[in-house]
Design a protein around this ligand. Structure first.
Ligand code: G16
Length: 557
């Protein structure tokens, strides 16, 4: 690093001193904290993003969002050249950068790091594209990120404005693949592939009508509602009403949104008994999560939740159906047995895992966090991953995508209009529709809608695929959540000693009991998940284990 670069970093970083007495770490989805603590961290992530761009000689993304967290929080995460999460190898550097106490320490750290192979005089300058969600703190933090990027000589920052998180990830991937990558291009890709799938719906099932066809979407008072509206203008065949845009005084993620609906299992604000029986969906604040629900006739705001596990099951059924058609091609030497795999976390309802296994699918488990699920799903020809909270997507390997393109071309001349050709075209359209970079509520919603029409299913028929085991999730505030260390995809606590044995003893008291605890990577809490044969038992198991967590770790003040 030359002297000009060092002095630019020293002078610029002196405007962004880190908060005293706070240690931040790159968690499940980047840094998250109260927004007032974040300007130095976001500035420093601007630097990191520019360095990552120099290292990879590709466009990098920087998103300012705290997704499902409360409105006063914010966060920052980096998207790698393929549109996925920042390489985990760089997370320790991100932690070190965020916590360097002075500008001098910061420059020293960067100097040491770049010696290990960051090409300051590479072929192309650093290039970072930025986006933010609708949080009021987003604008100032975005400026801090730009300052960070500008403190690397020659780096280019392009502000894409207010976006959903998946849009930013999609744009990074598209830019690096040499594809058109504007917001309009994103909408165009989603709408054209959706239309293609709609055209392939078996004729006896198209043109359904009736009350079941209307979908009502809760936009979490975030960025997703408005974007869905833009998308809808380019689509036919969907009747969607959007509520909780965030423009009518509603607060982001407060009593609304996918996280609230999935955890509390009650109707979000803006929904009531008039909606009984209607198909409803909730996005989260930055539209990277999606769950469905229907309001039940009970008067206490209860819902039937159709969570990420059920979305995964629906997608798996549809993909499997197309693969079976393709594998039945008469000319065996032309057919290809695609390797389909699914990925879940410990939060997946046990009933969903059983169901997927009964379908003959290979089910894999990873720790919580899209970065882990995505990596595992990428090992398959087609990998479907979903967290129960509604975050997930379907990945198609490059090799399989190439085969699919060639296959559809071959079939369009050899057997146009055949079931075989339709199955190949459907898979190709799913590949285009569903976000290949990260879980995306908007593309996921369009795929759910078209599959329900393809199957001729109502939300109730879909929900009947299997019956969830009753479950409960709780948060426990403790003095130091990092004291909880887990293993085996977060199903076993290895520290503090004795906690796992105590959890086992509680779990054994409940029929079909299953329970685990883990530190959240996005909120300052320990999460408790419990499952059992009845709701009372699941509640009681979760409450007992929450007390154990409190005993072992002590309540924070
Ligand atoms: C993020 C991650 C998800 C994770 C969730 C909760 O979601 O992307 O993979 O499930 O946080 O994580 P934790 O339990 O560690 O707090 P989002 O929608 O907030 O970006």
């Amino acid at each position: 690093m030359n002297e000009e670069q060092k002095s630019l970093l020293i002078s610029s970083s002196s405007h962004f001193l880190p908060p005293q007495g706070v240690r931040l770490s790159y968690g499940t989805a980047g840094f998250r904290a109260d927004a007032s603590l974040l300007s130095s961290t976001v500035y420093r992530m601007g630097i990191l993003a520019a360095l990552r761009s120099l290292k990879t000689q590709a466009v990098i993304g920087l998103m300012i969002t705290a997704s499902h967290n409360k409105i006063s929080d914010n966060g920052v995460k980096i998207a790698d050249p393929n549109g996925g999460m920042l390489s985990q190898h760089w997370e320790p550097f991100a932690d070190a950068l965020a916590n360097a106490p002075s500008p001098q320490d910061l420059v020293q750290l960067i100097n040491d790091f770049v010696k290990e192979g960051i090409p300051f005089n590479g072929v192309r300058p650093a290039e970072v594209i930025l986006g933010r969600d609708t949080r009021p703190s987003g604008d100032a933090l975005l400026k801090a990120a730009k300052e960070g990027i500008a403190s690397i000589v020659g780096a280019i920052a392009t502000d894409m404005g207010i976006l959903t998180t998946p849009q930013l990830h999609w744009m990074v991937r598209a830019r690096n693949m040499g594809m058109k990558a504007s917001e309009e291009d994103y909408f165009e890709q989603l709408s054209s592939s959706f239309r293609c799938l709609m055209d392939l719906i078996p004729s006896e099932k198209s043109n359904r009508s009736g009350p079941n066809d209307k979908l009502v979407v809760d936009g979490a008072n975030g960025v997703g509602g408005g974007n869905l509206e833009v998308l809808l203008k380019q689509l036919n065949g969907l009747s969607i009403e959007i509520r909780n845009y965030g423009e009518d005084g509603g607060v982001l993620n407060e009593g609304v949104g996918a996280d609230f609906v999935q955890k509390e299992k009650v109707v979000p604000n803006g929904f009531d008994s008039k909606d009984v029986g209607i198909r409803c969906a909730s996005l989260d604040g930055d539209a990277d999560r999606l769950v469905y629900f229907s309001v039940t006739a009970e008067s206490n705001g209860k819902i039937e939740l159709v969570d990420g596990d059920k979305i995964l099951s629906l997608f798996a059924l549809f993909i499997r159906e197309q693969l079976i058609i393709l594998s039945e091609e008469e000319d065996a030497k032309n057919s290809r047995q695609a390797h389909l795999g699914v990925v879940q976390t410990a939060y997946a309802n046990g009933a969903s895992t059983n169901y997927l296994k009964q379908l003959g699918l290979e089910v894999n488990f990873t720790p919580t966090g899209v970065k882990y699920l995505h990596e595992k799903a990428a090992e398959f020809d087609i990998g479907i991953y979903f967290e129960a909270n509604g975050h997930g997507t379907i990945l198609f390997s490059e090799d399989f995508s190439g085969w699919l393109v060639a296959k559809t071309k071959e079939l369009s001349s050899k057997s146009k209009g055949s079931e075989l050709e339709k199955a190949a075209l459907r898979l190709l359209a799913v590949n285009k529709l569903i976000n290949q970079a990260v879980g995306d509520a908007l593309s996921g919603l369009l795929l759910v809608e078209v599959i329900l029409q393809h199957m001729g299913w109502s939300i109730h028929r879909w929900n009947e695929l299997y019956h969830d085991l009753p479950s409960r999730q709780l948060k426990v505030k403790v003095a130091d959540r990092t004291a909880v260390v887990t293993a085996n995809a977060e199903t076993v606590v290895v520290s503090p000693l004795g906690l796992q044995e105590a959890i086992n003893a509680e779990t054994a008291k409940h029929s079909q009991g299953r329970c685990f605890v883990r530190p959240s990577g996005t909120e300052d809490v320990v999460r408790v998940y419990a499952e059992a044969s009845t709701q009372e038992a699941a509640d009681s198991l979760a409450n007992s284990v929450a007390k154990l967590v409190d005993q072992f770790l002590g309540c924070s003040s």
